[in-house]
Design a protein around this ligand. Structure first.
Ligand SMILES: [Zn+2]
Length: 91
């Protein structure tokens, strides 16, 4: 039963991310007429990175605080660490 919940969490996680990518691609496509293609691609990557950073959390191995991946150190104990915390896979 817990395995099904974990699968649902992973499904929602990637579903939202795919939706954000689709929306960004849809809205930036209309700007292609009067803008440089490489500039638009760069903007797309920036926006996608920003949303991805909001969704992915880093877990501090010392105090187990979860914080955004764009922070360079733990806001609670100040430890400089990078451990990406993804939803746990079902056994
Ligand atoms: Zn910490």
């Amino acid at each position: 039963m817990s395995g099904e919940i974990a699968l649902q969490i992973i499904g929602v996680f990637f579903g939202i991310f795919a939706l954000i990518v689709a929306i960004v691609l849809y809205f930036t496509r209309g700007m292609a007429k009067d803008r440089n293609i490489s500039e638009i691609k760069k903007k797309q990557i920036d926006v996608i990175d920003k949303h991805f950073n909001d969704m992915v959390r880093v877990e501090c191995p010392y105090c187990h605080t979860l914080y955004p991946i764009d922070k360079s150190s733990c806001p609670t104990c100040g430890a400089d660490t990078k451990k990406i915390q993804f939803p746990k896979m079902p056994d």
